[in-house]
Every structure is written in C-alpha cells, then in structure tokens.
Design a protein around this ligand. Sequence first.
Ligand code: ADP
Ligand code: ZN
Ligand code: ZN
Length: 742
Amino acid sequence: MPSPSPTTILGVAVPSPLRRLFDYRAIAPPPGGWRPGLRVRVPFGRREVVGIVIECRDHSEVPAASLKPIAGWLDDTPLPEDWLWLCRFTARYYQHSLGDTLTHALPGLLRQGRPLEARTRETWRLTPDGQSLPAEALARAPRQAALLAMLRQHPRGLATPAIGAQGFTRAQLQALASKGLIHADLEPLIEAPLPSADRLLAEPALTLNGEQAQALGRLHDGLERFSPALLHGVTGSGKTEVYLQLIEAVVARGRQALVLVPEIGLTPQTLARFRKRFRVPVVALHSGLADGERLDAWLAALQGRAPIVIGTRSAVFTPLARPGVIIVDEEHDGSLKQQDGLRYHARDLAVARAHYHDIPVLLGSATPSLESLAQAHSGRYQHLRLTRRASRHAPARLELIDTRGRPRRGGLIPPVIEAIRQTLAARHQVLVFINRRGFAPTLACEACGWLAECRHCDARLTLHRQPHQLVCHHCDHQQPLPDACPQCGSADLRPLGTGTERSEESLAGLFPEVPIYRIDRDSTRRKEAFETLLNEVRRGDPAILVGTQMLAKGHHLPHVTLVVVVNADAGLYASDFRAMEQSAQLLEQVAGRAGRAEHPGRVLVQTQHSDDPQLGLLASQGYDALAEQLLTERRAAALPPYRFLALLRLEAPREEAVQALAGQSADALRAWLADQAPEVHCLGPVPAPMERRQGRYHMQLMLSAERRSRLHEAGAWLIGWLEQCREARRVRWSLDIDPQTL
Ligand code: ADP
Ligand code: ZN
Ligand code: ZN
C-alpha cells in the first residue's frame, strides 16, 4: 500500500453562511497528527475564529501564495466521527453551511475555544490510614474527629462545598490531609460510576399492562439494530413508563439513551420522574443552562459519563460515546422543528442518526404526525398501540358546542358557564383553554370600525392590561393605548374578543369564591412562577385554570375534570394545509388534561362551526379516525407525507426588491427544471401568509417532488443560482426543507 500523502492542506469549516470549506496550510500537528474533527484557530477575514478540520489533504485548488497557515490547534483529540457525520448530514440535507451547522451543534464555550475539559470539583475521601484510625485517636482535635467521622459515612466521597456547608474549614481538611488520613481527587461534576444492572433502579418499575408489555417486548427485539417504532397511545396510556423501561434495558447493556422532548415538556416534573427511577445521572440539556453547565453536560454525554440525556430540539446534536437508543416524545410537536437559521427537524434527524448508529429510535405521541403515521402504515416503522389509559377511565370525548348567536361572558356561553359551576360545586377543577394571551385580540372603534394594527406587520395589536398597552405578538412592538380613535376621533374604543387576561377577569366576576390561576407567558415570565402556580393547583382545591398552549402539553393536572376550549376555530381555517392536523393535535392534547385521575372528564369545545365534518369526526371518533381521512386527502392533493416540499422564503424592507428577485428566481428555476427535472414542481412566487412582518416584505416559492433526491438537486441548484445572483444580496433568503408552516 502506498503510504498516505502528508497532510499539508486542511479543509476547515468556519462559522460562515458560505456553503464551502476554507483551505489553510497545515502547521506542526498536535500529538496525534492532523485528523478531521480537530478544532483549530484560523485567520478569517480580519478576525481569528474557531473552526473544525474536515479534510486533511496534500493539495488545494487555492494558489499556494494565497493560502494562510492555521493559527493553532485547540485539541489533540478530535471531536467524534459520528458526531461529525451528523453535522455533515444535517448541513447537506438542509442545504445549510457546514460551518454554521457545527456552530449550532457545539456548546457556546467550545465555539469560543475553551478546552474539551469538564469542570471538576475537589472530592474528599478517607485514605486506608484514615479508615483504620481508632475513633479516640483524635480526641484532642474534636472538629477533625467529627470531620473524619462524617467522611466515613460517605465512602463515595464528599465535595469541598458540601463539607463547608457542614461548618468545617479548609484548615481542618488540610490538617487531616497532612496526617495522611484523607485525600482529595478532582472529579467531573457529572460522574457515573455505573451501578451493576441489578442496582440500576432507585425505585421499582411498574408492572406493565398487556399492551405496554407487548410494545416493550417488540422494542426489546429491536435493541441491537436500527428499528424505528411509533409508540401511539392516548395521553395517560403509559408511554412514559415504556420509555423508562426501554431506557433501563439500554443502560443495563452499558449504552446511553437520548430523549428529546418538546420545549414545553422539559419540566421539573418530567425530569423528576426520570431521576426518581434511576440511580445513574440523568443529564438535562435545555435553554436555561448556564454555559458551564451546558459544557459539562455535553462532555459527560461525549465521554459516556451520562447514561441518560434529556433535552429539547438541539439536544439531537449531543455526542454520545455509546449510543443505545433515541426516544422522541411528542414527536408531532412543532417545537421539534427549528424555524429560523438552520431549519432542521429534530425528529427526522433522530431517525437519520439512529440509522447511522444502527440503534432503535422510538417516536411517541398521542396524536402522531401524519408523516410518522404514514411510515407506520407502510410498515417502515413498527406501529405500537396503547389504546387504554393506565388509569381506569377512557379518554374524554370532545363535545362541540356551537356559539353562533348566543350571548357570551368572557367568551363563554351560558351552558358552558353552567358546566363550570357544576364542576366547581363538585369540588373539582376546571381548565379554560384559550390560545391568546393578553386581554383582547385587539382594540376596536365602536363608531367607525377602526382596528388597532401593528405598523410593522400585517397584524392586529393585542390589548394587554398588565401592563396596560398594545403589543404586537409578531414583532413585539409596544405602544400606549390611544385616547381616541386615530381615524374618526371617537373616544369609544373597546376591546374586541377575549384573551387570557379578560377571561380571568370575567371568570373572577362569575365565580368570586374560587381561586383563578392564569398560566401564560406573561404570568410565568419568572422561571419559578410556573412551577409555583402548578404546585398550588396540584393541591387539588376547587379552582379555575386559564391558560394557553403552555398548559396543554405534558402537565399532569389530576384534579381537572372539565376542560373548556374557548374558541376552537382560531387556527382551523388558516391557509396552511396542516391547519386541521395541528388544530386536532392541540385539541386532543388539551382534552388529555381532563380526568386523568379517578374522575372521568368532559371536554367542551366552543366553535362557530359545529357542523364542520372534520371537526365532527374528531369529536365523534377521535384523532386517529380524522388522521386517516386527512391522509387520504393529502394523497389525493399530492401533499406531504406523499410528496416532499421545500420552501424558498424571501424578505426585504422594500417590496419591489423582493418581488423582483422572487420573479427572477422562479423563472430561472422553471427553465432549469424543464430541462433537468420536469417532475419537480415549482409553485409561485406568492406573498407569504403575513406579507409584511417586522417592517419587511415576505414572499415565497414552493418546490415539490415525489422523490426527495430530485427535490434536493433542484434546491441545490436554486441555492447556487441565488448565491451568484447580484440582486439576491439586497434580499434575505433561505430554503426551508420539509417546511412545517407555510
Ligand atoms: P403517557 O406518557 O402516555 O401520558 P404515563 O406513562 O405518564 O402516560 O402514565 C400515566 C399514568 O399512569 C402515570 O401516573 C403512570 O405512573 C401510570 N402508569 C403508567 N403505566 C402504568 C402501569 N403499568 N401500572 C400502573 N400505573 C401506570
Ligand atoms: Zn373610529
Ligand atoms: Zn408587529
């Protein structure tokens, strides 16, 4: 075999939107030699940035004279190969720059060049001398004796701060250390001495019911290979228990489990449930972590010290030393898709990643996405059903209540108010779901019909009372209330419609004797506020909860036996072809809050369209029946999951600039498609559903194809065209692969 050519050139990914590597001249290598995955410092423009070596070569297309040398290397061990693969796959699939993708996937401190070292703490233990020392030996130094006795109670060691918290001083530690009785080690903050398989659990697992046992059995059969499965079970049917027991099996084999949950689902409650079950560390990765904590968690996963990692969307990029399973909870949830920059879908990447690692991937939901249902129907995913609630009661059915022509108070019509009254009289709790925070969706002039609108967006301003102002929920623009109508001068300005604040106020008027808890982004801005509210609610006294989406998912509200949906129509008739799917998922999620405990629940859904056949189907037969019908429709209309989409979005402050570029790119693309890929369709350009947003004009162009690969070729060509197009420099554009919202 010829010896490999020496590495003289390094192809480096740097943080930049440009979809290419940059070549640098190699310098003296780190001890292990040049390898892909090494972080390096490189000159880039006028700055020095942290990049990652992707290719080690002996040649470059760039003339030798203009090649700059690497400024220095940061690590002598490269980032793992499988992690690099994931980032490269992501960049390729979502047609994004690799440098930006890597930046997204790395913790902030590593992006800034910090070493790949976990923070450590000093941990004290007895030496053999200390262990054998007779109790009376330190009689003349009682504090030292007490310290020694305390450490004897902790054979796995105690960290310095914990010792300090017991009132001991460093001088006392040093005195014992100088006598050779104790010693300190520096240990990573997250440390998992793996307990033997029979000591893995801190609390016994539940005895599974028949369906759960069958599902777990089939998952066990697939533990050693890529085996995607959809765990499809109503809220409360015991999906989480199946996850826990699957994780147990994986960790017992010495492997790691990665669990992805929606943003709203990573609650202290969820974490507590995982942590209570296992003796091993359960590491959480979420946006609330400080930089140092994030790095520790990431390195613990990378080095295999974290057997169980739970995180939101971006945790799909967590490196794992010994991957064993990936679980995606609430796989239908919109928050799994990133909506700006690198527009990836964490569920889809989880499946790709599991395929690469040849491990199982489990997608769980009460209301699976049509994408995953179609995979299950075709047999590519195992379809594991849990049809019964682990507790006694069947899930509550939706009851549609037509609101047309009926008087309302706080958005509620009389029979609904009566149902609330009865529920409270029975000493149960009521959840009023209203998908709009603030006091009222807008402010209107009684005299001329003027509506308060955002000056930066094609949207109404929401009226808030706390504090009293008008707010745009799309761009966050805030302004004081006008004293009079800006159009006709009338002083008769009134709130129009109902938001959470108004609902709270009306309900307080109707039921002055019960506490009302409002739970939305405004009432829970402080981190602990949400948990404090929930803890009060869980005490179980009669109460009304008024809340948005925040309440719809994940939270266990065992005392709620009546759920009221104030307005089911809000999202239903949007232009988006996913509107019905998403509304139905949300309604089912909200309904899932009711009657989890010993009381069956009722779910009253107010609508102006109680005769809508699909809403009717959802109410009478549930989500699964509706999903089948929607799938049939999607197939007939050639829409996902039977076709693949990519959406080109264009935006700029000037409308003409956007229109011109949108038109040109559509023409250029159509000409190319006619010649190269006639089976790929191009629709548009059309104005985006909200054409003006944050003072910018938005247009879009849709590509669709039956085969993913053809769509990607077309997308790549379009990006190439835009990158060299001069007009495109004045317009911000992005290509969204598998867009979730149009
Ligand atoms: P899901 O994740 O599908 O919403 P959970 O796993 O949270 O369901 O289960 C709902 C409730 O039922 C929880 O309180 C859980 O402890 C309980 N549960 C789940 N499985 C069992 C079982 N096999 N036996 C008894 N209780 C169970
Ligand atoms: Zn007016
Ligand atoms: Zn706005």
